[in-house]
Ligand binder design. Structure first.
Ligand code: NAD
Length: 254
């Protein structure tokens, strides 16, 4: 039991990676998991798929102060502590060259993927500090480590999370708060279906084949592959690891 007694928050928790991680954290003995998501129908489906009385389900928008204060307040009042903060909510935006990229979509991607992470730490650090620190895990992407044409907002936002992570790792260290980013390659879930369709409208399967060719291990990641890395960083096995970037990419960045 890697997470015996720990309390975790998972944002974007009703999505592919988030829900797989919630399930794994519970299997590994977490005493409580707050699944935070903006999308109520995703939350309803997740609640059907994972019924466990250690879970609280919170509808909140991570890109707003009200949303973040709402989920932190609920975690504090239900569990009284926080040990693991998995800042995982994210949106992909659209697939379009920069000259055609809609400004409102750019702003929305930055609001969720960057400001949402910043707000999570701004309001999460005080709670983590109260009981001797903990682990913050931020879902970046291989798109945080290099450019890809036509997804400028997503790429910029995922690079930005590394800057937030490095700053937060230094600010959190005196309180034993560890902060790391994880960088998945394409994961076999909704977000990649949307990006495949964006890159090759009507030819998603061909787009998937092209992406797969870039991955030396020859397949997309599963949600569970990513959850396993989150588990390691959440657990005390990684107690001396902070300020680091972790690829989970089948060799894509090698
Ligand atoms: N799927 C991939 O191939 C891939 C690869 C690398 C990184 N990532 C990152 O992994 C993270 C999880 O994505 P996923 O792959 O599980 O996709 P997903 O779309 O299944 O999950 C994302 C979840 O975030 C939620 N969300 C979106 N905006 C929100 C907001 N404002 N407030 C709260 N919740 C919000 C969505 O409702 C959704 O349930 C994201 O940060 C994504 O960028 C995904």
């Amino acid at each position: 039991m890697e997470l015996d007694g720990k309390i975790a928050v998972i944002t974007g928790g009703a999505g592919g990676i988030g829900l797989a991680t919630a399930r794994l954290f519970l299997e590994q003995g977490a005493a409580g998991v707050a699944v935070v998501d903006f999308n109520q129908s995703n939350l309803d489906a997740a609640q059907q798929a994972l019924s466990d009385d250690r879970v609280i389900w919170i509808q909140a928008d991570v890109s707003t102060t009200e949303g973040v204060q709402k989920y932190m307040k609920e975690v504090a009042s239900t569990f009284g502590r926080l040990d693991v903060l998995f800042l995982n909510a994210g949106v992909e935006g659209v697939v379009r060259p920069m000259i055609d990229y809609p400004e409102d979509v750019f702003d929305q991607v930055m609001a969720v993927n960057v400001k949402g992470v910043w707000l999570g730490m701004k309001y999460g650090f005080p709670l983590l500090r109260q009981h001797g620190g903990g682990s913050v895990i931020i879902t970046s992407s291989v798109a945080g480590l290099g450019g890809t044409p036509s997804v400028s907002a997503y790429v910029a936002s995922k690079h930005a999370t590394i800057g937030l992570m490095r700053t937060a790792a230094l600010e959190g260290a005196p309180d034993q708060i560890r902060v790391n980013t994880i960088h998945p390659s394409p994961v076999d879930n909704r977000m990649m279906r949307s990006l495949e369709e964006g890159f090759a409208p009507g030819q998603g399967i061909a787009a998937k084949e092209n992406f797969t060719k870039m991955i030396p291990l020859g397949r997309y990641a599963s949600n569970e592959d990513i959850a396993q890395l989150a588990l390691f960083l959440a657990s005390d096995r990684s107690s001396f690891i902070t300020g680091a970037t972790y690829v989970v990419d089948g060799g894509m960045k090698a």
